[in-house]
Unconditional design. Structure first.
Length: 287
């Protein structure tokens, strides 16, 4: 009865880049030491593996003490082999006897030689450069447009005519400058919507006034104050110069646009037809 046994770490070897390894554990179950050889033999159809098995075993002949187990490393190299699955039988046998006498102790290992996948050389993705170039050109065009386009014109009040009107109201006043879509003129304390004739001209009709005298016209276009114009209401008959009450009432209700603290200062420092820019209102108040 044979006193040698063997186990394998795997019955199939999946090769990586044509190479693979398994471990064979051989045990001497006899009461005496034995010189044991681990051999590799082709099984099945003839193959194209090196040495018909492609197996390499370091120190195949070893002396195994009684009851001891020795591990053999079996390396497979299928370089030059055709793709496919090949059988290789590993047999542990006594060096003093023929390997076929121990054939029943062997195991067939399946060696899988994979197909070699051809390396595909990928072409450089020139289309990416084309897209990048198009983006750069588009970005340059947008930048050039932003740098060369004519800046939006600022809204401004340049002049108005006439500068005087009757206290009965109904005087058509023409404002010139640069205006938005909606322009509101506040005559004293009364807000009047202006009619837009063009980008540079709007008109409005003065409301009636209780008395003669100067009154500020506060012009706002698209929510922006363009300035304060000085308009004068005149009476059909000469007056004694009264009218301070009207302006004082306006100052009390509109301190943010009022440019005088009393009638005398208002008449002294401002001329009918004058336009005070928004940034000049505070400066006038501190004079």
């Amino acid at each position: 009865m044979k006193k040698i046994s063997m186990t394998l770490s795997s019955s199939t070897v999946e090769l990586t880049q044509g190479k693979g390894t398994i471990t064979a554990s051989v045990t001497n179950a006899s009461a005496a030491s034995d010189r044991v050889v681990l051999g590799a033999f082709p099984a099945g159809e003839p193959n194209s593996l090196a040495g018909s098995t492609g197996a390499q075993i370091a120190d195949p002949l070893r002396t195994i003490e009684p009851g001891a187990t020795v591990q053999y490393e079996v390396r497979f190299n299928t370089a030059g082999g055709m793709p496919g699955t090949y059988g290789v039988k590993l047999i542990p046998y006594s060096a003093d006897e023929a390997p076929e006498d121990y054939a029943e102790l062997g195991f067939v290992v399946q060696i899988v030689v994979p197909e070699v996948v051809p390396v595909v050389t990928r072409k450089f993705p020139w289309w990416i450069l084309a897209i990048v170039g198009a983006v750069l050109i588009l970005g340059g065009a947008v930048t050039a447009f932003l740098l060369t386009r004519t800046p939006a014109e600022q809204l401004v009040l340049s002049s108005f005519t006439p500068t005087q009107g009757g206290i009965e109201g109904g005087t058509t006043v023409i404002l010139t400058g640069r205006f938005g879509d909606s322009t509101i003129v506040t005559v004293g304390e009364t807000a009047v919507a202006a009619a837009r004739v063009s980008d540079t001209e709007v008109t409005f009709s003065t409301p009636p006034a209780g008395q003669a005298g100067q009154v500020p016209l506060t012009v706002d276009s698209d929510g922006k104050q363009l300035g304060v114009a000085i308009f004068e209401y005149v009476a059909p008959q000469p007056t004694d110069g009264g009218g301070g009450g009207f302006f004082e009432d306006f100052c009390a209700a509109n301190p943010q646009v009022c440019v005088a603290v009393d009638e005398n200062k208002f008449i002294k420092d401002l001329d009918t037809g004058e336009i005070i820019k928004p940034e000049q209102v505070q400066e006038f108040l501190t004079r």
